[in-house]
Write a protein that binds this ligand. Structure first.
Ligand SMILES: NC(=O)c1ccc[n+]([C@@H]2O[C@H](COP(=O)([O-])OP(=O)(O)OC[C@H]3O[C@@H](n4cnc5c(N)ncnc54)[C@H](OP(=O)(O)O)[C@@H]3O)[C@@H](O)[C@H]2O)c1
Length: 163
């Protein structure tokens, strides 16, 4: 499985349950990368989606410790093990961990690639992604050009786990 994440310059990813600075091109990129695959996400990230609804056209696996929680259009799991078991047999290139912080950190050991959108801005953040440039076992395998949208610079970088 792979990670899809948008990070700010300090690897911040969110504030008060949401993303403080959004780049439209990143949202398009997210849709292209995740395609019709499976997404794994935390219950708090689901809350931030429009209407709190799972993403259409994809299998949505939502992590919560709440035994009563259900959501139309999503499958609910209650542990990392259960999430991993739920995607066994799927093409690993079509399974994407899409946040938030707690889910990224717990599922990172199972991930081989991270599709990172680097947004060159540094808004206040209370949720962070590990700085992949500092982690020995990860490297930037593909670095796209720096682009600009409404004065905000951004860049798509694919990180891979070293062999
Ligand atoms: N920049 C990006 O690309 C990006 C992407 C996604 C999210 N975000 C940001 O990340 C922030 C949210 O991150 P977060 O860490 O607070 O929340 P989160 O990871 O989205 O969700 C946390 C919730 O997931 C459930 N959970 C986590 N681990 C679990 C486990 N092992 N077993 C069962 N359930 C588990 C729990 O739900 P219950 O409380 O229901 O038990 C927990 O409260 C927001 O600011 C959001 O905007 C950013």
């Amino acid at each position: 499985m792979d990670i899809v994440v948008a990070v700010y310059e300090n690897w911040g990813i969110g504030l008060n349950g949401s993303q403080p600075v959004v780049v439209k091109a990143d949202r398009r990129h997210f849709r292209e990368v995740t395609g019709t695959g499976t997404v794994i996400l935390g219950r708090k990230t689901l809350e931030d989606f429009p209407g709190g609804k799972p993403l259409k056209g994809r299998r949505n696996i939502i992590l919560t410790r709440d035994a009563e929680f259900t959501v139309e259009g999503g499958e609910v799991v209650h542990s990392v093990d259960e999430a991993v078991r739920a995607v066994e047999g799927e093409d690993p290139d079509q399974v994407f961990v899409i946040g938030g912080e707690s889910v990224y950190r717990q599922l990172m050991p199972y991930c081989r690639r991270a599709f990172v959108t680097k947004i060159y801005d540094e808004p206040p953040a209370d949720a962070f992604f590990p700085d992949l440039d500092e982690l020995e076992e990860w490297h930037a395998a593909d670095t796209g050009p720096v682009m600009t949208e409404e004065d905000i610079k951004y860049q798509f970088i694919t990180y891979e786990r070293k062999e």
